[in-house]
Each structure stands twice: as structure tokens, then as C-alpha cells.
Design a protein around this ligand. Structure first.
Ligand code: IPE
Ligand code: IPE
Ligand code: MG
Length: 252
């Protein structure tokens, strides 16, 4: 049975988030500069996105550039930003062909004007698509997002539009960039690093974590299938007992 056939279509996660890591190491292993790794990461993005759409996932969030990544050398940042522009332009057709709607989270206004412009255009061009929602996390970090949400809530309170006693987790979530997007059931990180690096801290409270040693430019649909199969073999308990989940004897 192929990996794809081992996936239970009735137990698919609705939302998968991926920390695409290891581009720099991939290039350096080949005696090349880090930017070469980013360039080769695009094929991994394409294959993963196509596979996600084909499987019928609802949402795929890709961590493409973090708030902290602004601290990288200027040349690497510039190369990443121009790669982003060319990829968005080149791949809009792939998005259309696969009925994918593009979206973004993060501090989009902090991106260079050209990136913002082409990103907004691709989001507009694909907004009627009804298949997979592809969410790019750009200039994103969870602490930035949460701090922003707190500020907006405080402003509402200052204006008398909201009372502190009415704050609950649903209200809080509605101020996050991901408002309206279901939480990822599965979070994948590539490149053998076991950390979250400021990604979706609130949203992954109960996500299943999957760490792959594969460096991002080598990541292909089979790796995604492996992660989904692993996810489908886990028992998600959300604080309850195993028997409660299995709905056998709830008292034991
Ligand atoms: C991930 O690869 C891409 C971005 C963070 C933009 P890295 O560039 O972090 O590659 P490594 O981790 O240094 O190998
Ligand atoms: C996380 O990767 C950010 C993205 C994949 C965009 P990093 O390579 O920036 O993370 P750290 O610095 O190793 O934690
Ligand atoms: Mg990295």
C-alpha cells in the first residue's frame, strides 16, 4: 500500500501548520550560500501545497518569515524578499489551477512595498477559490500577534466598547490574526529542530507535534503523508482519559 493509500480520508486534519526549516543548512552542505537553499525550498512548498490541496485539507499555514528573521544579514533578507515576490507571481497560476485561496498572517505592513503589493494582488486574485486556504506567515511571530491582540482589546475597553469581565478565550481569539481559522490539529517542523520559534503559540495549545529530520528543500508530499499517518495513529485526549475518548466506560 502506498503512503497516500494509508491515509484515512475521514480522519484528515482540517488544518496543518508547517515550520519550514533547514534551507541554509541544505545549501551549506552542498558548498553553496544560504540563499541557494531558500531558492530550492520553493519546490518543496509547491509539492506540499499541491498535495495538501489534492488531499482536500481545509487550511495549510506555512511559516515563511518570522519577526526574528529581520535580524538576519541584510543580503539574506533582501534575497528572501525578492524570492517571495517572484514565487508569488510565478505560483499564482498553480493556486488558480488547484482552486487554492491565498491568505497571510503577520505584520504585512512591515514587508517591503513590492512584497505587500504582489501579496495583496495574489490574495485578491484567488479570493473566489473554494478549495485549500494557503496561509503564509510573513513577518509573523506569536508574541507580536498576542501583544497586538492585547492592545486592541485594551483600546476597546478604553473606549468603553468592551468590559473586562466579557473577555474570554473566544473573544481573545477574535483579535488574533488567525480569527476565523480553525486551530491546526497538526504542526510539522522540519530540519531536526525541536522548538516552536514563536509560531502560533496560542493556536497550538492542543496540536499534535511532528518533527522531521528532513531539511525543508528535500521535503516532498511523501513526507507530508508520513506526518498525517503519524497524526492519525495518535489519540488526542484534550485532558480527558483514554476511555472517555473511546467512549467506553466513562467512569473508569
Ligand atoms: C528556513 O530555513 C527558512 C527561513 C527561516 C526563512 P533557515 O534559513 O532557517 O535554514 P537553517 O535553519 O539556517 O538551516
Ligand atoms: C523559524 O525558523 C522561522 C521560519 C521557519 C520562518 P528559524 O530558523 O528562524 O528558527 P530558529 O532561529 O532556529 O529558532
Ligand atoms: Mg532555521
Amino acid at each position: 500500500m502506498s503512503l497516500k493509500q494509508q491515509i484515512n480520508p475521514d480522519k484528515l486534519p482540517q488544518h496543518i501548520a508547517i515550520i519550514m526549516d533547514g534551507n541554509g543548512r541544505w545549501a551549506q552542505k552542498r558548498g553553496n550560500n544560504r540563499v541557494f537553499g531558500h531558492q530550492n525550498g520553493v519546490a518543496a512548498v509547491r509539492d506540499t501545497v499541491e498535495a495538501a490541496a489534492e488531499l482536500g485539507l481545509g487550511y495549510l499555514t506555512l511559516y515563511a518569515f518570522s519577526t526574528e528573521n529581520w535580524m538576519r544579514p541584510r543580503t539574506e533578507i533582501d534575497a528572501l524578499m525578492s524570492l517571495l515576490v517572484s514565487t508569488i507571481n510565478k505560483e499564482t497560476k498553480t493556486l488558480q489551477d488547484n482552486n487554492i485561496r491565498l491568505s497571510a498572517i503577520g505584520d504585512i505592513n512591515s514587508l517591503p512595498k513590492s512584497v505587500g503589493k504582489y501579496l495583496k494582488k495574489a490574495i485578491m486574485d484567488t479570493k473566489a477559490n473554494t478549495g485549500l486556504v494557503l496561509i503564509l506567515a510573513l513577518s509573523y511571530s506569536s508574541r507580536w500577534e498576542i501583544t497586538n491582540a492585547v492592545k486592541q482589546i485594551a483600546e476597546r475597553i478604553e473606549k468603553g466598547e468592551l468590559k473586562a469581565e466579557n473577555i474570554d478565550s473566544n473573544l481573545f481569539e477574535s483579535f488574533l490574526n488567525t480569527a476565523g481559522i480553525p486551530e491546526p490539529e497538526l504542526l510539522i517542523r522540519t530540519s531536526g529542530e525541536y522548538r516552536i520559534s514563536n509560531f502560533l503559540l496560542w493556536q497550538i495549545a492542543y496540536s499534535e507535534l511532528y518533527f522531521s529530520d528532513t531539511l525543508w528543500p528535500d521535503f516532498r508530499r511523501e513526507h507530508l503523508y508520513e506526518a498525517i499517518i503519524s497524526f492519525q495513529n495518535r489519540e488526542r485526549r484534550f485532558g480527558k482519559t483514554s476511555s472517555q475518548i473511546k467512549n467506553v466506560n466513562v467512569n473508569s
